[in-house]
Design a protein around this ligand. Structure first.
Ligand code: UD1
Length: 420
């Protein structure tokens, strides 16, 4: 297992190229199962989660080849509707093969993903959507089995206790594109990754309207073709590098991004005193003054993303005052708090809120990465801490950040990887 070492204290400066969006790629690769021919997906990052999805698609009977950021998927005539525990347990997002398998084959058997460190993470909304389309759902031996002689379009309300669901919206959309008649998904997730998936499905011949709003309208078609598609860039990776610029009081430009995908983040960064300059495909951050504290609440898009909560908290640890960070998507997503406190941060948890009192400095320490975004927060804290920070279990970071040490080094950080 690798660990990641950060020698803190360098101001980051320069430009960083942002990779394709992991959370777009995962359902889009799964959606390629719906096509009658080959699909080629471009701008795919080289990440552990993507390799897991490729393995899963191969085990389902698709021919998959990878070449320099593009992935070709050719579903064969012998697709197998079974996603085994071994693969689903390593990546929750494997559950997004349920919709395409059900749509294409009329049946799917997928291991239940279970909880993870950031909370319970149920899939009841996915199942509610499939049932509304006419599928019979049973749960046996830890597997969800979905079966339907034919899927029929329906009106489906997809809101849960925590609002809309990104992957449930995607999953139900992928099943509905081949259903008979019209499907309306109400309280659909509006995230850019949902829009990206819908755009790919449209390229394959699906009839979808309203993606990007809370009401998605789908007219079922008889079949879909394979398509070539370029995914959007990763707004969470871009956001993480902007916070890296902010926390080190630096000057960082993220390139190859869609600037409007991160407006909630810029709003908060500007409140800290950072200067944000948007270009056509770039965003620059400059910090010249001491950081001011900000309060924030995570919400579905276009609200502040939960996937940037840990990084913003790392930023607030050295702001001059008190910030309150409230988590409304995953109320338990605070595994980074005790680790940041080991580095000298002052954070108290009160229910689903974290009260962060800024300190003058953090000090490097041995810390443990617990999940993907928590790992990113620890790297950010390490960049500004005095001395050396050893981040253990860095494999979490490799699930979602491509070439992280190379990208940070090019910006002037002192970071490297070592075998434990
Ligand atoms: C996706 C992202 C993840 C991000 C999350 C929220 C991918 C691969 N992952 O995960 O990085 O943190 O969106 O932006 O795209 N919920 C239910 N029932 C369900 C489904 C979800 O109650 O059937 C709840 C969840 O527990 C959570 C909330 O709804 O509280 C939102 O989760 P959801 O949008 O579904 O997250 P994912 O799509 O799994």
């Amino acid at each position: 297992m690798d660990k990641f070492i950060v020698q803190g204290g360098k101001r980051l400066r320069g430009e960083v190229e942002i990779s394709g969006a992991k959370n777009s790629c995962l359902p889009i690769l799964a959606a390629a199962l719906l096509g009658e021919g080959e699909s080629v997906i471009e701008n795919v990052p080289n990440l552990r989660d993507i390799s897991t999805m490729v393995k899963l698609l191969r085990s389902l009977g698709a021919r998959v080849t990878q070449n320099n950021g593009s992935v070709s998927i050719r579903p064969t005539n012998a697709l197998v509707p079974l996603a085994p525990y071994k693969l689903v347990s390593t990546m929750r997002a494997s559950v997004c093969v349920l919709g395409p398998l059900l749509g294409r084959l009329g049946e799917a058997e997928v291991s239940l993903p279970g909880g993870c460190v950031i909370g319970a993470r149920p899939i009841d909304l996915h199942l509610k959507g499939f049932e509304a389309l006419g599928a019979k759902i049973t749960i046996e031996h830890g597997y969800v089995k979905a079966k339907a002689a034919s899927l029929r379009g329906s009106e489906i309300y997809l809101g849960g206790s925590f609002g809309s669901s990104v992957l449930a919206t995607g999953n139900v959309m992928m099943a509905a594109v081949l259903a008979k008649g019209e499907t309306l998904i109400e309280n659909a997730a509006c995230e850019p990754e949902v829009v990206d998936l819908a755009n790919f499905l449209v390229r394959m011949g699906a009839k979808i309207e309203g993606h990007g709003s809370h009401l998605i309208r789908i007219q079922g078609v008889k079949k879909l073709r394979g398509a070539r598609y370029q995914v959007i860039s990763d707004r969470i990776e871009a956001g993480t590098y902007l916070v890296a610029g902010a926390v080190t009081h630096g000057d960082v430009t993220v390139k190859n991004v869609t600037p409007e995908h991160n407006n909630a983040l810029y709003d908060k960064l500007m409140q800290t005193g950072a200067v944000i300059t948007k270009g056509k495909n770039t965003v620059r951050i400059q910090v010249k003054k001491p950081l001011k504290p900000v309060d924030l609440t995570t919400l579905p898009y276009p609200g502040f993303p939960t996937d940037l909560q840990a990084q913003l908290m790392a930023l607030m640890t050295t702001a001059s005052g008190i910030s309150v960070i409230t988590e409304k998507i995953y109320p338990d997503r605070f595994m980074h708090v005790p680790e940041l406190n080991r580095m000298g941060a002052r954070i108290f948890l009160e229910g689903s809120s974290a009260i962060v009192t800024g300190v003058k400095k953090l000090s490097g320490a041995h810390v443990m990465a617990s999940d993907l975004r928590a790992s990113a927060a620890l790297v950010l804290a390490g960049l500004v801490a005095e001395g050396r920070t050893d981040i253990h279990r860095v494999y979490h970071l490799d699930r979602g950040y491509e070439q992280v040490e190379e990208k940070l080094s090019r910006l002037g950080a002192t970071v490297w990887r070592e075998k434990e």
